[in-house]
Design a protein around this ligand. Structure first.
Ligand SMILES: Nc1ncnc2c1ncn2[C@@H]1O[C@H](COP(=O)(O)OP(=O)(O)OP(=O)(O)O)[C@@H](O)[C@H]1O
Length: 562
């Protein structure tokens, strides 16, 4: 674990963490006083005199009051410490989650291409939870645990030096045992986390593939795959819990044996009879010592394990965010919509160039169709325009300004994209359409629905725009989903519209009618249409045909001035 990163994470919570540490130190001070007072009380009860207290002139009543006060204070402090730890742990958890999630949303598309959604999910949910628990509970309470252990040892040593000697001899043995078991615990912690993450990843993937599983009748195979992972996770967790279950009590037992030994030595060694008050205190201190010893062993493994999670979190947080985020782009000027690609070349990492030597310009208000074989690079070209990826060379401009210099969100808000596979979420039709413009007016909504040829669909739905779709709602057909995605892009009325096979699932009549409506409704907007279908091609002023990443032909359908 890198302590510097840990300290940075803990820095904003310095105050509550220090408060927890202070409260637990106080608790441990009170805890250390109790055995002594109890010993004195016992001495009074048995013999009528406790040596030290008697010397200090303390009466039995005073001792009783002090003892009760210490017990009540100890209880109060323990409760306060637990609540404080829970509150601080919760705060750290929420903050870490929010920060990690915000960061993940801002990471570039290539990062998401190469990472697994399930792994990110597990990092921001249960892994971060264990980390915040570690910071607030384990780390903040460690000083108190050490102080209790050290305090009990020192006080025992003062009461009886032979005790101290035995303790000193036991210490290296104890350290060795803790280190060995702690190492195994750390390994098991890693394995348990990996097993649990693999399970989440598979479950997520299987839920997404539900219809494929059913149509290929693969339920048994998929169940078996899940069962294997669930079983693996159970086994690791069992081993982990078994070790944990044994560790604390066994260490406590050994410490207990040591205490008995100490008592025997201390009780029998001296020529004079021991003061029963001292003996009783000694016994209580020995009992007190057993608790932190067990916890310290557990702590060692846990610290190592939390370090692993921290390293994963650190790796994700160290990934650079997309360049060009500006928090306030609301006031930026609407673009005219002139686009230009100038000798653009682009290759996905580790692959040959997907696009090469791409040059073309689109004037504001022009409609340009991109066509070409599967894999020719059409969607990639659109991705470059939206700055999902950066060209390796060449320039892409909007209104003459290179897009890499335009604030990212402003650029993207100038472009209404309808992707090949519309992404709709479980919510109402209205929520889905207004996704990019949550405060759209009724008139804007109605216009977008009409232009997307979605009125008939909305009227047909049981609660119109308020009908829930997706999970717990109505399932829509491919063409219906496309209409909603179209309405979503048209709603904000951006100066540039990009339709990537946006009407590929429309029936022919519907497509022809959409094309006709677009001719009228999209006047003045720059439109890029990726399509193979004649009705959409008929809409275009120009058709650019791509072949293996290069422009093969350009067909002017409505030559300028004609
Ligand atoms: N994220 C990615 N990482 C690596 N390679 C990719 C990625 N996305 C696409 N490709 C590759 O880039 C090439 C062009 O893909 P693209 O989706 O741009 O083609 P397309 O012309 O839109 O095809 P289609 O008509 O089938 O939709 C393909 O060979 C594809 O495998």
């Amino acid at each position: 674990m890198k302590p510097a990163y840990l300290l940075r994470q803990a820095a904003p919570y310095r105050r509550p963490l220090l408060t927890i540490a202070a409260v637990s130190l106080l608790t441990s001070a009170v805890t250390l006083v109790v055995p002594w007072l109890a010993g004195q009380l016992l001495g009074r009860v048995v013999e009528g005199s406790g040596t030290v207290a008697a010397a200090a002139g303390m009466g039995m009543g005073t001792i009783l009051v002090l003892l009760v006060t210490a017990l009540v204070a100890g209880t109060g402090l323990t409760i306060a410490g637990a609540i404080l730890s829970a509150a601080t742990g919760g705060r750290i958890l929420a903050d870490l989650r929010i920060a990690a999630h915000r960061h993940i949303l801002r990471l570039p598309v290539p990062f998401h291409d190469n990472s697994n959604a399930g792994e990110l999910l597990s990092l921001t949910t249960f892994e971060v939870a264990s980390l915040s628990n570690f910071l607030a509970n384990t780390l903040a309470r460690m000083p108190a645990m050490l102080v209790t252990a050290a305090g009990a040892s020192v006080l025992m040593f003062r009461l009886d030096p032979a005790t101290g000697l035995v303790l000193l001899l036991l210490l290296p043995l104890f350290y060795l045992a803790v280190k060995l078991v702690g190492r195994r615990l750390r390994q098991l912690g890693y394995e348990a986390r990996d097993a649990e993450t693999a399970l989440i990843v598979l479950a997520e993937q299987q839920l997404e593939m539900m219809m494929a599983t059913k149509s290929f009748a693969q339920e048994q195979a998929q169940s078996a795959a899940f069962a294997r992972l669930a079983e693996a996770s159970r086994k690791v967790q069992l081993e982990q819990e078994r070790l944990k279950a044994m560790l604390g009590p066994i260490v406590a037992l050994l410490a207990g044996f040591a205490a008995i030994l100490v008592l025997l030595l201390a009780g029998g060694a001296g020529e004079e009879a021991r003061d029963p008050a001292e003996l009783f205190s000694l016994l209580l201190y020995a009992a007190l010592l057993t608790r932190p010893m067990g916890s310290l062993a557990d702590l060692y493994g846990y610290t190592q394990w939390a370090g692993g999670t921290l390293a994963r979190l650190e790796a994700v947080m160290a990934e650079a965010e997309e360049r060009g985020y500006e928090d306030n782009v609301a006031g930026a000027r609407r673009a005219q919509g002139a686009l230009a690609f100038e000798d653009v070349r682009f290759a996905y990492p580790g692959r040959d160039a997907t696009l090469d030597g791409i040059s073309f310009a689109v004037a504001p208000g022009e409609i340009v169709a991109l066509t070409g074989d599967n894999g020719a690079g059409k969607s990639t070209l659109i991705s470059l325009l939206l700055r999902f990826y950066q060209p390796d060379s060449g320039r892409i401009t909007l209104d003459g300004q290179e897009i890499s210099t335009i604030p990212l969100q402003h650029l993207r808000r100038q472009i209404g994209l309808v992707p090949q596979r519309p992404l709709l979420f479980a919510g109402t039709v209205r929520e889905n359409i207004t996704y990019g413009l949550p405060d759209a007016s009724t008139a804007q909504l109605a216009a977008a629905v009409e232009l997307a040829q979605a009125q008939a669909l909305v009227q047909m739905l049981p609660q119109g725009l308020e009908t829930r779709i997706g999970d717990h709602g109505v399932r829509l057909s491919g063409g219906q989903r496309q209409r909603i995605a179209l309405a979503r892009a048209l709603l904000a009325d951006p100066p540039v519209l990009v339709f990537d096979e946006a009407t590929s699932m429309f029936d022919l009549d519907a497509e022809a009618s959409f094309v006709a409506a677009c001719k009228e409704g999209l006047k003045g907007r720059t439109v890029l249409i990726v399509t193979h279908r004649p009705a959409s091609l008929a809409l275009a002023d120009r058709i650019i045909d791509l072949h293996e990443g290069r422009i093969r032909t350009v067909t002017e359908r409505h030559p300028k001035g004609a």
